[in-house]
Design a protein. Structure first.
Length: 203
């Protein structure tokens, strides 16, 4: 797999000015970005989030998932820490794509959970690939991360691609009446590590 740096620019956000670093994944044709705050290069593990694209949650304010809430909280936490990185990966719908995600949502409207919906469409519960993370972090000279995630599978996946995860940092935000079943499925079927009293912004 060949992941190449293309360009970088400043990205002002409500939480501060990040550097947006663009990468081209020549194997898949997908474009990924790293949002860098401060000077994270070096031996000290940096606060990080590996975030897979979620158009509905990140941009369209969906309450069906916690993705948009996690994205904003991660950027806020990185800015407050004064240093860190968020890798934004273009793999919508746990890797099945936007239109298949809408099909899965339709099945969920009929009572299926997220895993059942994916499997009914012929997909695995989670099709995401994290192989691009290591070359992206290498380019940024980041040697180890404190990873904001509730998903132990993501930690193992990153480590399998030689990304050193020094610590898992919980990221529990955005629970509401529309995504309670979604979060329960994450915990029950996908092994996400979440506890009720640790949620922020709970409705």
């Amino acid at each position: 797999m060949t992941v190449k740096f293309v360009a970088s620019s400043k990205l002002p956000t409500p939480w501060g000015v990040f550097e947006m670093v663009g990468f081209d994944d020549e194997t898949t044709g997908k474009e990924h970005v790293a949002l860098v705050f401060g000077e994270p290069a070096g031996d000290t593990p940096v606060l990080a989030r590996v975030h897979s694209e979620c158009l509905t949650g990140d941009a369209l304010f969906s309450l069906r998932c916690d993705c948009g809430f996690q994205l904003q909280e991660a950027l806020k936490n990185i800015a407050e820490a004064g240093c860190g990185v968020l890798l934004y990966l273009r793999q919508e719908g746990r890797g099945i794509g936007l239109l298949n995600k809408i099909k899965a949502y339709h099945l969920q409207d009929g009572g299926a959970d997220t895993v059942e919906a994916n499997e009914a469409l012929g997909f695995a519960a989670d099709m995401r690939d994290y192989s691009m993370c290591q070359p992206m972090l290498d380019h940024l000279a980041i040697k180890a991360v404190r990873l904001m995630t509730n998903n132990p599978r993501k930690v193992k996946a990153l480590e399998s691609y030689n990304v050193k995860v020094a610590e898992r940092v919980p990221l529990q935000v955005g629970k509401n009446r529309h995504n309670e079943d979604y979060l329960a499925t994450k915990m029950g079927k996908l092994g996400h590590m979440m506890t009720e009293h640790h949620f922020k912004d709970d409705d």
